[in-house]
Design a binder for this molecule. Sequence first.
Ligand code: HEM
Length: 425
Amino acid sequence: MKFPLSVSTAVLCTLVGHVSSFPSMLDSLSPSARQVIEREYESSLLKKRQIQTLPPLTLPPINIPGLPLPLNIDLPGLVTVGRKIIPDADHLFKAPGPTDQRGGCPGLNLMANYGYIDRSGITNVGELLYAQQEMLGFDTVLAAFLVALSAKTMTDLTTLKMSIGLTDSRTSGPLTLLFGQAPGLFSPPAHNKYEVDGSLAYTDEFFTSDRSGNRFNSSIWAKNVAIAKANGGLMNNPFNAESRYAAYQRCVSTNPQCSWLFLEQLVFYAGETFSYLIMPSTGPDGNLEPATIDIVNTFTGAHDNGDGTYTKVPERLPAGSTGPWYRRSIPLTLAELVEAGLASLSKHPVNFGANSNGVNTFLLSGTQYSPSLTVNKVVCLLIDTLYHYSLKYYWCSVSRYSLNTRMEVTILKAVNYNQAPNHHK
Ligand code: HEM
């Protein structure tokens, strides 16, 4: 079912609903994370484990005089919740064609390969909200958070379209000339905004000829597979802690322009935990199966050549123990993701900052990790920052600058450069 509605970017994050709860999985969380999740679900309409369908969304149109609104979001359909075989018959795997955009995010590539977002890799906020929930079992708040974060760099704010790879004129609309072309998520102008250094599978932007940050790197992936092998063959939270720490050391010692800033990296530490929180299939008991190397290889699109090298192939859903891939029983929340990211970081705390003048010239930035950081504090920080800066610059700069350029000022500069850097010893 499709239903168009008009809505401004400001209310994107209100597109949140309620999902099911699954208390046994909460037992593994810290008390603070559990509190956040439990509070979130206390008022939930859906508390059962079986698949549920959300009621139709009937937001009224919003018109703001003087602004190029309303913006149309075509929501692709209703979202189901709970363990379910993915894909369905309407979303079979198809490898991308020559004009299709793909980038360095396995999740976005995967959603495009199965047509949960447009197979061209030119998608929009409505599709992304839908696909992350319906295909991968994200909670609505987490899906909305990732989409809203992307608005700071790569979303054309007049069409709400974005390219998941390089910059592409198919994201443009009538007002793009005025506001500027939205850069693709993995294009050079987007570097250090959403896409940052330290990927586990892709070459840092500095080393690529077109500065795209979108080149699969077999030897880096092989190093991570070796870390997983030493970790019992699993790409779980201890793996995430080790692999991100190795990525940090590699970045500082080999990339002259290495940037390892707090908020961007925290999002990346958390994003890497998708390898065990999203990629494995869900077993008949409702729990996620272990994140083996094979499973994560399939999801990441890393084909094992059997000689210690890997070739990039299109991302696919890995098979579960009973055959098909089953989506999560309970949708993944932002709190759970932040808790997993913090857990990895706290095992190997690092200094945050950037190389200033070549390799190993690391200067500290103003914001650093502290063991007193809780899930609540980080979730609030992320959402606060998103709202405060994104919306402030969105509303203030419409007539003065390219909207997309102004959005760049959001999280990166405001949070990380608010204090003079100190030398790192
Ligand atoms: C609006 C939705 C999303 C956006 C805008 C987004 C964006 C990104 C970006 C920019 C990166 C690269 C980070 C970097 O190299 O600096 C990335 C990496 C990653 N994303 Fe996404 N992503 C989204 C959704 C997802 C989903 C649904 C998954 C589900 C599995 C996912 C899994 C990952 C993983 C595992 C990585 C790390 C890959 C690596 O080490 O290079 N993402 N994402």
